[in-house]
Design a protein around this ligand. Structure first.
Ligand SMILES: Cc1ncc(COP(=O)(O)O)c(C=O)c1O
Length: 377
């Protein structure tokens, strides 16, 4: 069957199974290491319903940062006690149902919480910029969280309604280095703070997201082992909350665009596809993988082929191919690893609304791909 019957390009494809496999792997590693820690998928990375439903079936936890994401989860039946809300904006947690853990980002929010919800559990995000003062970092500081050395915080933390309901400490430094040792240091610091403040009701140590996985980087196992071994967590009661976004879903998304026109210009083949580089995240093309899928494989090679988007923007160029099989009208280019911070975050109006298909990539593309190209590496 030709692609035209299966895909209306340009389009995205979401393969939720890729995300669930990684989730299961992460979760299994935690259990194999004898702990009951939590993997809470960071919904902002990709809120496609097929991903959310598949993870919900596996009884996953979730992390959200907006009412929109929260309601989406409730609508598909995620239990409220499986949701962490880390909304760092002004106090706007009225939508949060009892059972969810709201992570407060400021002393002002803590004061409001005391008045409005004196009986409801919550967590707090701490600003631990001092963890970042070594050469693993580029001296980036975080604007999030609470300065726990301030007098105001010290005063509030001694209030009964705060102490009774404070169940979580969070610190996420995801804009910085993703080295496992950073996460280990965060756990170490949060444990020290728990002891120092004598937080007897603490149930969660939440270390946010930002895990960088892949063959050039680390594995979930590297993160878990480093954190558990360095902090000797084997008998530690509060649960560590991991909030992976990108690392769970980046492999679950594809962008497909079809060759619709060709011309020759000064000895180069100009190949025009129906999509645009504007459908891809910024910087993505510098190091990406893609397959070229041809209905009719040709072994006629072309010296230079410049593959361009369908807009009249001069710089709308995907890549140049040298001495590779000649592309024909109807061929499809499948860009990989586009599942995180892409399909819902990038303006798609430039060439009209785009369809998002759900299911296994193999159902659409099959085995016809002729080339797996890694660019920019
Ligand atoms: C609190 C928190 N959790 C989770 C994430 C997800 O990060 P990533 O998609 O890089 O894993 C972020 C990212 O900003 C975050 O701030």
């Amino acid at each position: 069957m030709s692609f035209d019957n299966l895909l209306k390009t340009p389009c995205y494809i979401v393969d939720a199974q890729k995300a669930t496999e990684l989730y299961k792997n992460f979760n299994d590693l935690i259990r194999q290491n004898g702990r009951e820690d939590i993997v809470a998928y960071s919904v902002k990375a990709n809120y496609n319903p097929s991903i959310l439903c598949a993870l919900n079936q596996l009884k996953s936890y979730f992390e959200v940062c907006s009412e929109y994401e929260y309601r989406m989860l409730i609508d598909i039946g995620v239990p409220e006690d499986k949701i962490f809300i880390s909304n760092c904006a002004a106090f706007c947690h009225d939508y949060a149902r009892a059972g969810s853990v709201v992570i407060l980002d400021s002393i002002e929010q803590m004061e409001q919480w005391c008045c409005k919800k004196p009986d409801q559990q919550f967590g707090i995000r701490l600003n631990l910029n001092d963890v970042t003062t070594d050469d693993r970092f580029t001296n980036k500081t975080s604007r999030f969280g609470i300065d726990i050395s301030s007098n105001k915080f010290r005063f509030l933390i001694n209030k009964r309604e705060i102490r009774n309901n404070l169940v979580g400490l969070q610190c996420s430094l995801s804009g910085n280095s993703r080295d496992p040792s950073v996460y280990s240091d965060i756990v170490n610091r949060l444990k020290m703070i728990e002891n120092e403040l004598e937080l007897d009701n603490l149930r969660y140590i939440d270390i946010g997201g930002g895990y960088k996985t892949g063959y050039k980087y680390w594995t979930f196992s590297d993160y878990i082992k480093t954190i558990y071994i360095e902090n000797n967590l084997y008998n530690y009661k509060p649960k560590i909350v991991f909030e992976p976004g990108n690392s769970l879903v980046k492999d679950a998304g594809y962008y497909c665009t079809k060759v619709i026109a060709k011309k020759e210009l000064y000895g180069e083949d100009i190949v025009i596809v129906d999509g645009s580089t504007m459908h891809l995240p910024k910087g993505y093309l510098k190091s990406c993988e893609y397959d070229i899928v041809q209905d009719n494989y040709t072994n006629i090679t072309s010296k230079i082929q410049k593959v361009c988007g369908a807009t009249c923007k001069e710089s709308d160029i995907f890549f140049r191919l040298q001495d590779t099989a000649r592309l024909s009208i109807g061929d499809i280019i499948v860009f990989k690893q586009i599942g995180a911070y892409s399909m819902y975050d990038i303006g798609t109006r430039i060439l009209g609304p785009m369809k998002i298909y759900e299911g296994s990539i193999d159902n659409y593309v099959g085995t016809k791909k002729y080339k797996n190209i890694v660019s920019g590496l």
